[in-house]
Design a protein around this ligand. Sequence first.
Ligand code: ADE
Length: 223
Amino acid sequence: MTVRFSIFTLFPDMFAGPFGESIIRRAVENGKVQIDIHDIRIWTHDRHRTADDRPYGGGAGMVLMAPPIVEGVESVLAGKPARVLITSAGGRTFDQEMAQELAAEDDLVLICGHYEGIDARVTTLLDAEEVSIGNYVLTGGELPAMVIVDSVTRLLPGVIDDASIAEESHQDGLVEYPHYTRPAEYRGLAVPPVLLSGHHAEVAKWRLEQSIERTRTRVQTSK
Ligand code: ADE
């Protein structure tokens, strides 16, 4: 099964680097994901290819217009159902649970917000959800869309080692324990002796304790 991402953006060239390397590139080549980048301006209606305009009611900045986005998404989906997400600093906060949810879908649409935002009728007409990747403001929704694609793609069967997913941070509500590799001592810092002991149960116990401690000190529970 291939998961299709349809990304709508004013800046299609931004995606080539992050999707053209490493694990995401391999996932595309192996048919695990299809990532289609659509330039919103294709569906504009005037010769200047205008995709944004001033907000009704006044105020700073520009707002992305509804018609090019709604018509673009409808034309690409051609009646197929899909989960539609709009990147927005004011949306629901994206997390590992949502990444898992999205990894179970066949068709995902990501609309990259820009400027002050998107005409609110897009959300209504496309039955979309607004998603934020964290409590900070970016210049646009392209980086958030890349983050979402990356975190979902790596969860798809066969993209990375299943054991890595089972053990990693956030998967079981805990962040990961610290890792060490050779050399056993570096600049006076020794690897914790339990890791060299060969005692699997002791290693597992130490790692769980470390995970619990890291989760306690590092993870904000906003729920
Ligand atoms: N657009 C601007 N900031 C954003 C954020 N933190 N998440 C999603 N979209 C955004």
